[in-house]
Write a protein that binds this ligand. Structure first.
Ligand SMILES: *[C@@H]1O[C@H](CO)[C@@H](O)[C@H](O)[C@H]1NC(C)=O
Ligand SMILES: *[C@@H]1O[C@H](CO)[C@@H](O)[C@H](O)[C@H]1NC(C)=O
Ligand SMILES: *[C@@H]1O[C@H](CO)[C@@H](O)[C@H](O)[C@H]1NC(C)=O
Ligand SMILES: *[C@@H]1O[C@H](CO)[C@@H](O)[C@H](O)[C@H]1NC(C)=O
Length: 600
């Protein structure tokens, strides 16, 4: 058996597995897979005998197709579902394992030299059994854990005689093990699927607890099925959080039954909103794949859209043409900061929304980025931009909101400005999401708060597309060549070079619970969505799962990562995801031709 990093490249580039496991040894024996392979799964201790049939109802609901004419999930009765169990997660993962290996796989010709011939099926050995064993009991909130409360580790062995065994302390660990197992197999061009890597011995565990993508679904409209595809793909990259930035100044696409005007007037078109059923569907689909969907209602800034339904709640609404004095993007506008009507509105909004989040998530994100103080000069409840006047009002605003979040059993997340610019006192349970700098992360953790990283210079996937603002003829020359604020485009190598712990003293490392890659949607919609996220977010997924450095403490080598990422790209494409190519086949076929910088 050889350790993967010593495997000579000329043997084969197909060594599989993204993100890279903690330890991974494999051989070169071929084993085949058939659809009657036995999965030995006894069920979790907690699973009742009727769970199987309940699961079938759920699975049918999740995989019933979307209505192509409306892009909506058909309405279904009898699929009410309070939460997701560990047993549901594993049964779902078993189904996905079979379909991934046998139906959504690829022929790996791009990873072998010209003239390569595939293994021959005749007289072949088949994988005979896949045994799943839970070593402990799942914590009660297995499908919506607080970061750090679930052991996600697993071990995987595959013998040359075809017995596979996956062991884990929790259902989520077993799920990750099955996910890894699928990546050992390739499609054969005539029929079937095989691995050429037996025997396999893997132990694996993630470096960070929170591994996510943040997707802005407010600035452009995305049908639920596009979000579902991104959630599925995040899960396949072993990410476990999907942050839905669901409202912003430009649209409110979320149905709130007790405040129906919000979506009726705030969606781009009356029908372009997520119904409560669809919102439940997305949360459920995520939970079933070990992904916690985290909903963000950004406030008090980024809320001008509320003006459409409730004009009295918003200050400095749509100031033109100098909107940039009052906000980061048009239309300007912010929730008033000293208004009992705003409190009443938020109380009603949270009362409606949070109980529908509670079955599927432990978190609720109350936003708080890019609040422009100038807007409060035009706020009739404040009439001031003096930080000394505003700060206590902002503190009261956050206190009210977070008290209600906690009273619904959820943990608040905020953007870094609430702590670092507004100097607010936050509950110690609060997770603070950073985006501006490594120094900001260091500052958050030095104050004792848990931090999420995602420095925009590395992990903003929208950067480098150029401006979306139109410049007047007088200003066009000065704005040439029309780059955006975070140009250039963040290629996968840049994403991959980001160290979440850069600049964080080691005594605070435990407070950096993970991070997210961000897709802001000013210039992305369903047409270019897939290629804007994949495979670059896969690079972030590996940093968060495997760490930015290897076991020797060195930066991970692009020589190793690049062919594996190319392979992961093929796997995503085989799953119907429009991920961009990483390299020419020429580079991956021979392995070393496209390397640069080795000493001669
Ligand atoms: C399970 O938990 C034990 C005890 O904490 C630990 O040693 C082991 O690495 C964990 N994971 C697996 C896959 O056994
Ligand atoms: C906030 O509103 C209250 C009640 O309307 C008012 O008495 C108070 O002066 C306001 N605070 C500020 C800073 O304007
Ligand atoms: C927060 O503290 C910083 C540094 O002391 C100060 O510059 C800033 O004005 C304060 N912000 C507010 C809103 O009080
Ligand atoms: C590792 O990567 C970081 C970030 O890109 C870089 O600053 C550092 O110089 C690299 N270390 C080595 C030894 O190349």
């Amino acid at each position: 058996m050889k350790a993967v990093h010593y495997l000579p490249f000329f043997a084969s580039l197909t060594s599989a597995i993204w993100p890279l496991p903690t330890s991974y040894d494999h051989g070169d024996t071929v084993l085949w897979m058939s659809d009657d392979v036995a999965f030995n799964w006894a069920g979790t201790a907690a699973s009742a005998s009727n769970v199987g049939s309940r699961f079938l109802v759920l699975q049918e609901y999740l995989f019933s197709s979307f209505d192509e004419s409306s892009n909506r999930k058909p309405k279904r009765e009898g699929t009410e579902w309070q939460g997701v169990s560990g047993d549901d997660i594993i049964r779902f993962a078993i189904e996905q394992t079979k379909s991934t290996i046998l139906k959504r796989n690829f022929v790996p010709w791009k990873f072998h030299p010209r003239g390569w011939s595939e293994p021959i099926a005749e007289g072949a050995t088949y994988v005979s059994s896949i045994t799943l064993e839970l070593l402990g009991e799942d914590p009660p909130s297995i499908a919506k854990p607080l970061a750090g409360s679930v052991d996600e580790s697993y071990s995987l062995t595959l013998t040359t005689t075809g017995e596979a065994t996956i062991l884990a302390n929790t259902s989520l660990g077993l799920r990750h093990g099955l996910n890894t197992f699928t990546q050992l197999f390739y499609k054969h061009s005539s029929d079937g699927a095989y691995t050429a890597l037996a025997p396999v011995q893997i132990f694996d565990a993630p470096k960070f607890e929170h591994r996510g993508i943040n997707m802005d679904v407010a600035r452009q409209w995305y049908p639920a099925k596009d979000i579902a595809r991104m959630i599925d793909t995040a899960a396949y990259n072993k990410m476990n959080r999907f942050h839905l930035h669901v409202t912003d100044s430009q649209s409110w696409p979320l149905e709130i039954p007790s405040l129906p005007e919000l979506a009726a007037k705030g969606a781009y078109r009356p029908e372009l909103y997520y119904s409560t059923k669809e919102f439940e569907y997305l949360q459920k689909r995520a939970a079933l794949q070990g992904v916690e969907l985290i909903t963000e209602i950004d406030m008090p800034g980024h809320t001008s859209i509320i003006h459409e339904a409730y004009p009295d709640l918003i200050a400095a609404y749509n100031i033109q043409p100098n909107w940039d004095t009052y906000s980061a993007e048009p239309p300007s506008g912010t929730l008033k900061l000293n208004s009992s009507d705003v409190d009443t509105f938020l109380s009603k909004l949270f009362d409606d929304l949070l109980p529908r989040i509670f079955p599927f998530s432990t978190y609720f994100h109350t936003g708080g980025d890019e609040v422009n103080k100038n807007a409060y000069e035009l706020d009739d409840t404040v009439k001031s931009k003096d930080p000394e006047v505003l700060q206590p009002l902002m503190q009261a605003f956050i206190d009210r909101n977070h008290d209600q979040v906690r009273s619904q059993g959820l943990t608040p997340i905020v953007w870094e400005e609430m702590l670092l610019d507004w100097n607010l006192t936050l509950g110690k349970d609060t997770v603070v999401q950073s985006w501006r700098s490594d120094e900001a992360v260091a500052s958050i953790v030095s104050k004792g708060y848990k931090a999420l990283v995602g420095n925009y210079k590395y992990w903003y996937l929208d950067c480098g597309k150029g401006q979306w603002l139109d410049f007047s003829p007088e200003r066009a020359a000065a704005a040439w060549p029309f780059q955006d604020y975070c140009a250039p485009f963040h290629n996968w190598r840049l994403v991959y070079s980001y160290d979440p712990l850069a600049g964080v003293p080691s005594e605070y490392h435990h407070l950096v619970i993970g991070g997210e890659a961000h897709l802001w949607s000013e210039q992305t919609d369903p047409i270019n969505l897939d290629r804007m996220i994949w495979p670059r977010a896969s690079a972030a997924a590996e940093v968060l799962w495997s760490g930015v450095k290897d076991a020797q403490g060195q930066n991970r080598s692009q020589f190793d990562a690049s062919p594996r990422l190319s392979e992961m790209r093929e796997r995503m494409v085989a799953r119907g995801v429009g991920a961009e190519p990483v390299q020419m086949p020429y580079c991956t076929m021979d392995g070393e031709q496209c390397q640069l910088g080795l000493l001669a």
